[in-house]
Every structure is written in structure tokens, then in C-alpha cells.
Design a protein around this ligand. Sequence first.
Ligand code: GTP
Ligand code: MG
Length: 584
Amino acid sequence: MAARGVGLLTLLPLCARRSQVLRPIHRLLSRAGTVAADVRREEQSSGSVETGSEDRTPKKKFSEVQKERREQAQRTVLIHCPNKISEKKFLKYLSQHGPINNHFFYESFGLYAVVEFCQQESVASLQSVTRAPSMDTEAAIPFRSRFFNLRLKNPSNQPSEQPHAQCSSQSSPSSKKLFELLCYAESIDDQLNTLLKEFQLTEENTRLRYLTCSLIEDIAGAYFPDCTVRPFGSSVNSFGKLGCDLDMFLDLDEIGKFSAHKTSGNFLMEFQVKNVPSERIATQKILSVIGECLDHFGPGCVGVQKILNARCPLVRFSHQASGFQCDLTTNNRIALKSSELLYIYGALDSRVRALVFSIRCWARAHSLTSSIPGAWITNFSLTIMVIFFLQRRSPPILPTLDYLRTLADAEDKCIIEGHNCTFIRDLNRIKPSGNTETLELLLKEFFEYFGNFAFNKNSINIRQGREQNKPESSPLHIQNPFETSLNISKNVSQSQLQKFVDLARESAWILQQQDQDRPSPSSHQPWGLATLLLPSVANSLCLAKKKKKKPASERIKNLLESIKRSSAENSTDTNGESTVSTQP
Ligand code: GTP
Ligand code: MG
């Protein structure tokens, strides 16, 4: 529509104009939902859903990973250590309580050790020989946890030649290091994979996240003995970057389940409880008490804030020893299910995580996202946008949520607060996509796709894998996958959306230009993804390119030629998908 008008084109920055003109026609014609159709066709011919994933290694269900990690965390302790400690002596000392399965050290305002015993009894044994610290001027709250402080009996007697503990890093690489790594990469695909490798959560960081939840569960368990504290969000959905917050879900449902089983005989036994007017008030009361508890008794929990009037009430605090910013919620089971869905999408195809990481890093580098709540787009919304884009490829790289529901069996059925959250949980039963597009192409096309998306009239919907008319007037509408009447990006302002669109167009243009003009890896010149992630470099490069432009008359001639070609091609598209304006 508007893309074909020369009048509107003259209002747009040159980078944006180039990206529209260069937009290939085949994307305008691509349609969603074909994965489902393809798989159904395959099923009919082979009689079953093809098993496997790209590498054919069976992948664990989300619930299996959570269960394993949780059990691992329950056998694990966190120890604040003296700065110079002999690893060998430390392990020998702890082994008195039982065999150790795994351990590592890290630094966070001091030296810490995470030690996983083979058996849970070892933790109790260690606790039984641990004393409360004696203090001269302050008084200790005698709280027994799995977070210890190790002191040397005679610090002056420690021989200095002992090899000290090696620390595992819990942070992402510096911009300088990342820049070097990206410049030395051999291709843009290589750059995206490097970024993923450097920023994804390490095994140690993941263990520390589950351990932190487990330590908080011990505290909440003082009030609700059968409660569970589960991590959700990017800590577990496979899209977490080192340094991301730790979202925790206080699950009190297990408590009700025990009584549900005991229904034999003539009587039904119930707990005497206090009643409050609504579920929301119950949530607020529970979180208020747990917040107080963390504040007063929680070892290492500082800066506790009770944000109880939010749409989803929460307690926010810093867990000093792990360095995590934690958000504790309850009655938020749908978010846990969203995490499982994203985990499945992340595991279906290795390109998904690489693309999501680069888009998240790109958005952060250009201040499109922020750790402070506001009118900006969130990482969750960006992830859904990437999933949607990958559903729209031809053939699709990811299946729609509706299709995942058709593959579900009786055990997968899940209704939460009246919302149908059913989808297949065994990802080995989902057929991998036949699409072989490179990451380089996908990155470029992602920017072009959203640089030209009709945000003014269309909503992004991963349930159906196709645009839908916007049901309300928010600038950006991304349907909540499970609570389908909600928009997960309702907070995004028109100006933030426009900034996203402008940057997407500019990034598409930069990548397009570099196709013709790529420096050799040894030249130390930023290129590909490196150019996109360093805003100052991107800007200067853009300026340099503009200086090297052909004479104006030749450029205008070329531009008009392109518009003519583009108009001829677009006239075959009857859906008006070529609209570029984001204005309502
Ligand atoms: P980062 O913390 O930014 O790395 O990503 P995240 O995915 O963890 O996002 P965030 O901490 O903001 O939220 C945690 C989880 O809550 C998300 O993964 C979603 O499952 C869920 N969530 C976040 N925002 C929304 C929203 O607007 N609507 C719904 N329904 N769920 C949300
Ligand atoms: Mg988070």
C-alpha cells in the first residue's frame, strides 16, 4: 500500500527506503501453517509422526529437566569461603559428610563455592556440625539454611604455596572481547553462533539459579512446608543471557494435592484455613509474609521490595551471594507454561536460539529494551516476534501453537484458570523443519520483515502463525499465547515502536550493503553482526557508506527503477502486506 507511494518514500530515511525497495517478492507471498499441513501429509504416508530433531539426540521434556535440576539443587550447598583457599583441602574437609558429585567456585563480592553432594543426607550431616556465628556487637538470627560461611581456624598458619581455587565466570564477555570474537568469525552464521555461545547461561550459572530457588524454598517452607519454588522465564526457557534476572514461582498447589487423594471412607477432611475475599488478596497476603521473612531472616537477601499492587503481585530482592536480581511471584502458573512453550521452540531448531540471542543483544545495544519497566519492548515480546517470523518462513521453521496442540495426547492436557494451555510436551515427537535457510539470511529477513510489518492494523499471533486484525488500538499488538484476550506488549508506545522499525530497516540496509563490501577477518574492521551491535560503529559506518555513494542523479535513477520493479511485483500481492507505515 504505502510502500508504493513515492510521496511516503521521500519522508523516510534513506536506509529505510533502500530496505523497502530491496524487499524480495517471495516473502510477500509466503503463507503460514504449512508445517502442520506438511507433517499431516507425512503422517498419512508413514503412519506416525516422525521422531527426532536436527541432531537426532533425544531431548528431555521441560518437566524432566526441572525435576532433575531441582533434585540436584536439594543436594547442593552454597559456601562463602576465605579468599585464598586450597581446593584440595576444602574438598577433603567437606567429603567427611559424604561423596561430592560436583563443585565449582565463583567470585561475587567474595569467594563462593557451590558443592553438590551425591546424597541429601550429607547436607544434614554438614548442618549438624555447623554453629551459629558468635558476634561481639550484633546479634545473629539463628536461621539454619544451606548457605554457610567457612572460616579458617588459624589464618596465619596457612601455607601460601597451596594452589588456590579456580573460579568459573558468571558474566558475559566485555564489549571489547565480543567485538574481537565477532570480527574474527568466518561468516555471519558463525557470528550469531559465537554470540550465543558467549552469552547463554553456563552450566554453573544454571546450577546457581536452581540452587538459589531451592534456598528460597527452604525459607518459604518454614510457613508452607510443601511449597515449591520453581524458576521460570529466561532462566529456564533456553533464551536466558548471563546476567538476566531470576524469575521464581512460589507453587503452593502441591499442598492441596495431598488432601485430594485422601477421599476414601465416609468423611472428607479439610484444613481449617482463613478465608479472604479473592485469590488476588490471598496472593498479596502470602507474598507479603514471605517478603517480610526474606527481609528479616533470609541469609543474603537484600533490598526486598513488596510490589503487591502490580497486575502480577511480586516480591523483588537481590540475592547477594549469587548476584541475581530475583522476582518472586505466586499464582502465576501460566508464566511457567509459557516458559515450557519457549523451551520447546528453542529446542526444535538450533537457529532459533541463535537468532533470538542476536535480536535481544541488538535491541539492548540500541536501548530498545531496558531493565527498568517502561514503554519499551520486552525480551519476552522480542522472543515471540522471532518465533512468529520463523513460523512465517517458507517452509516454516517453527510450527504454530495450534499445531502443537493437535499433537498433544491426554497427558499433555492443561487448562489453567479456564485457559487452554495444552500442547505436546515431548519435543522428540515433533518433526523438524525442512527449511535450510542460513542464519545470515534469517537475520536480514527478520529486519526487513518487521521493518515493513503493518503494525498499524495487524496483530502478531503465534497460536495461528499469521497476522490478525488488531482487536485494540495499542501501537504494538502481540497476542498472549495462552490468555488470548491479552496483549503482551500493551506497554509499548508509538515512539518506541517507531524506533524499533527505523532500526530494523537501517540494520537490514547495513547487512544488505555489506554483502557487497565485506572486510577480511584479519582487517579488524567491524562487519556483519558486530556492526549492528555497536551503535557508534554502526552510525559511523552508515556515514562512511553515505560518503561513498554514487552521484545523486545515478542514485535517483536507480531508485526509480527499483520502485518501478517493486510496484510491478507487489501488484501480485492482494493482501496489502507491503504496508510500511506504523502510524495508525
Ligand atoms: P529477561 O528476564 O528479560 O531475560 O526475559 P524473561 O523472558 O525472563 O522476561 P521477564 O523476566 O520479563 O518475564 C518472565 C516471564 O514472565 C516471561 O518469560 C513470560 O513467561 C512471562 N511474562 C513476561 N511478560 C509477560 C506478559 O506481558 N504477559 C504474560 N502473559 N507473560 C509475561
Ligand atoms: Mg526474566
